[in-house]
Structure formats: C-alpha cells, structure tokens
Write a protein that binds this ligand. Structure first.
Ligand SMILES: [Zn+2]
Ligand SMILES: [Zn+2]
Length: 279
C-alpha cells in the first residue's frame, strides 16, 4: 500500500466512508461500495479504482487533482473515468487537460459531464443521484445518493401471487419505484444550501461541512463566505433524522482538540452519538 495522502475510514452498515477534508487544504471522499467519489482536491493512490466522481464546485482544493486522477487511470489501463462537474467548470477543465497534455505528452481520456441543480444522475439500475444548488462563493452543488427498488403498489399488497402474475400479464403496472436516501454530500455551503434540500436531513449518512466552531467567529461573516458555523447545526438539531452525521471541512485555524471541545460543549450528547467529527 502506497500511503501518499491522509485517508480516514468509517463504516456504517454496508457503506464505508473514506476521505479527508479540511478547509483550504484539500477535500476528497469516496464510498467504495457505491463505486463513487466526491471532490478531487487530492487523489490518494488507493482511490484510483473508483470510476465515477462528482465535483461540488470549482475551488482548487476540491478539484485540482482531476488531471492526476485521469492520468493514473490511463497509466494503469483502467477505463476512462466519468466525472460530473458544475456546468461552469467543464470548459475550463477541458482546457486545463489540453494544456497538461502538451506538458506531459500523455493523453487524458475522460468523460466530463456538466450537471445542474435539479438533475438526476443515473449511476446504475439501483443507484441514482439528485443534484441541488448550495450557497457558496462560486456556483456549487450538493448531492443525495438514492437506492431505488421496485415495490408492489399498496393496492396490490396482500393479493396472492398468481393473481398478481395475471394482473402483470394483463399489462397492469403492479410495482412502483421506491427511493431510499442512502447518503448526502453537502459540499461547501452556508446553511441556506442545506435547508434547500430537505432530503439531506433524511439520508442515512450525511457528510456536511462545519468550517467554523468557535463562538468568537462571527456567523454573518461566515455565511457570506458560504460556510457553516456550529451555531447553525445547533439551530437545526431537531431536524437531523440521519443515522450518521459526519461534520468535516474544519478551518485550519483550529487544533483538533479545540474542535472537539467546542462541539462537545455545545452538544454533549453528540446528537445521540450520531454526530461524528472527521478529524
Ligand atoms: Zn472547501
Ligand atoms: Zn469552496
């Protein structure tokens, strides 16, 4: 194992969340079971096998490793990756890849796909991602990964199997799609971006930013810069129905012990043990 960048790992049910995120340093996440990653602020060597990535916004510490990731997959003879980006980031990134191609003389095959608020990304038959607008200093997006299942419609439940079969043979649509929100990724955002996507409060796992935690750091200023403060979390404690809430993207102004102290003082129960600090 080549250990070139920090990666923290946490398992929840059948999902493993891996990544690292500090404000202005670098942000990268992946969930191997979903074959999906979020943000490319850096690219740990161990992450290259994940074939699909979604980028939340164009800030360098969330995006700058995209060429490295594409080049590595080509070098290792893996399929070109699919990378979803906010629309405004696609053309600049195509140009950057062309310039790297001139410097490096290596091809950089990848599929860059523009995404917008309201889009639905089909990952597979079972998995899809919804896209929402978040509120940051540049255009930015948040995401919810949904698991889809076909379920018998309520009016047909309790019927014997042969009757359902006959209905189906007769052309009736006996099942409907049911969507379960498995994981949400907020990216960088002020609270308005979280509030704008209620499914984020329902997802089994929520990965959210919590850049500022000290009471002395002013909330209005933090919101203007498109970030969250610990007070914003406190104001919403009753709304989080998530099984696991990962708070991350802490400012480099804080030592990890300070972050723990501030959060544990404000939330002694750590939201019934559901709140996890990504430190
Ligand atoms: Zn950031
Ligand atoms: Zn940012």
């Amino acid at each position: 194992m080549i250990n070139n960048l920090p990666v923290k790992t946490l398992a929840h049910k059948d999902l493993t969340i891996e990544g690292y995120s500090r404000d202005a340093v670098q942000t990268y996440w992946r969930i191997p079971e979903l074959k999906l990653g979020f943000d490319l602020g850096a690219q740990p060597w161990s992450f290259m096998g994940t074939p699909t990535w979604i980028v939340s916004h164009g800030h360098m510490d969330h995006l700058v490793a995209l060429p490295v990731y594409v080049a590595r997959r080509r070098m290792m003879k893996m399929d070109p990756p699919v990378i979803y980006l906010p629309e405004g980031a696609v053309e600049p990134m195509r140009r950057i890849l062309r310039w790297f191609n001139r410097l490096d003389r290596g091809r950089l095959p990848c599929d860059l796909v523009a995404i917008h608020p309201g889009d639905e990304i089909e990952l597979s038959r079972e998995l899809m991602v919804t896209v929402s607008a978040t509120t940051h200093t540049v255009p930015s997006l948040g995401f919810v990964v949904w698991q889809r299942r076909r379920k018998l419609k309520p009016e047909y439940q309790g019927l014997p199997g042969d009757q359902i079969r006959d209905l189906r043979l007769g052309g009736a649509e006996v099942t409907a799609e049911v969507r379960l929100p498995r994981l949400a990724y907020l990216g960088d955002s002020s609270p308005a971006g979280l509030d704008a996507c209620p499914a984020m409060f329902d997802a089994q796992v929520l990965i959210m930013e919590l850049t500022f935690v000290a009471p002395s750091h002013r909330k209005d200023k933090i919101h203007k810069f498109g970030h969250m403060h610990l007070d914003d979390l406190l104001e919403r404690v009753g709304r989080f129905r998530n099984e696991l809430i990962i708070a991350s993207h802490f400012s480099t102004r804080y030592h990890p012990n300070q972050i723990r102290q501030h959060v544990e003082k404000a939330l002694p129960g750590m939201l019934d043990g559901r709140l996890h600090l990504w430190l």
